[in-house]
Design a protein around this ligand. Structure first.
Ligand SMILES: [Zn+2]
Length: 251
């Protein structure tokens, strides 16, 4: 599974700015950490950090730079803004956009749902043909624009800062689960059984240790336990038989 992460804004466009924070910086920091959190699970590529995908779109360079068709999904990160300003004690939350014709909404709703338990109200999946995701969609690639939370809401950003590591992990887990894990195929019951049988055989064949020599000799001489499978697990059935033998009834 191949994901392209695009950090919104940049290359001179700060995006939303509030309280000394710039959206372009926040999207890049988050994109880097989500990519890191997905390593080994999904193949994640980043749109060039020093570029602004939207201005590349306007200049007619987006699809050439992004090469959308080599990816299974595109995720564009943004932070919302509503000129809210001062904290009122209520976080405003997370929302995601897909294009008006998108049929694959699982990633969008999984990403929103992932932040909900952390305290971000889930504003849900909305539809709008934002330039970059619409361009990806025209190349046949499902695309999501995620507005992580409101950069200009004091409550959102306090929550975001406090739970940043969990936000990264939640987004990465949601993406990995929705897009599928790379390389690993689920084990069938038949494969599991075959491995268990081999494991049990190997245990049974392992030589017994010296510390138990006296006890083993006693068991074997007394006919309590004498099949030699000393590395094997004992079933309750075998225990019953051994006790029966010990009582002198098995011989
Ligand atoms: Zn933005």
């Amino acid at each position: 599974m191949n994901l392209l992460l695009i950090a919104g804004h940049g290359a001179g466009d700060p995006g939303a700015v509030w309280n000394g924070r710039r959206e372009a910086d926040e999207t890049r920091r988050l994109a880097a950490d989500v990519q890191q959190a997905l390593s080994g699970r999904c193949t994640v590529a980043r749109y060039p950090e020093d570029r602004n995908a939207y201005s590349d779109y306007q200049a007619g360079r987006l699809t050439q730079t992004a090469q959308f068709s080599q990816y299974d999904a595109v995720l564009e990160l943004h932070f919302n803004a509503c000129a809210a300003g001062a904290a009122d004690g209520k976080p405003k939350g997370v929302e995601a956009y897909v294009t008006t014709t998108e049929t694959e909404t699982a990633l969008a709703s999984a990403l929103c749902g992932a932040l909900e338990p952390l305290g971000f109200p889930n504003r849900g999946v909305k539809r709008q043909n934002w330039a970059v995701i619409a361009a990806a969609r025209r190349q046949g690639v499902p695309a999501v624009l995620l507005e992580v939370c409101f950069l200009d809401d004091g409550d959102d950003m306090a929550l975001y800062d406090r739970r940043y590591d969990e936000v990264v992990a939640a987004l990465a887990d949601a993406a990995a689960e929705t897009l599928g894990w790379k390389g690993e195929k689920p084990m069938t019951y038949e494969e599991f059984t075959a491995m268990m049988e081999r494991y049990e055989r190997e245990r049974a064949a392992a030589p017994a240790a010296d510390w138990s020599a006296q006890a083993r000799a006693w068991c074997e001489t007394g006919g309590v336990l004498n099949d030699g499978r000393y590395g094997s697990h004992v079933t309750r059935e075998e225990l019953a038989q051994a006790l029966y033998n010990l009582a002198g009834k098995g011989r």
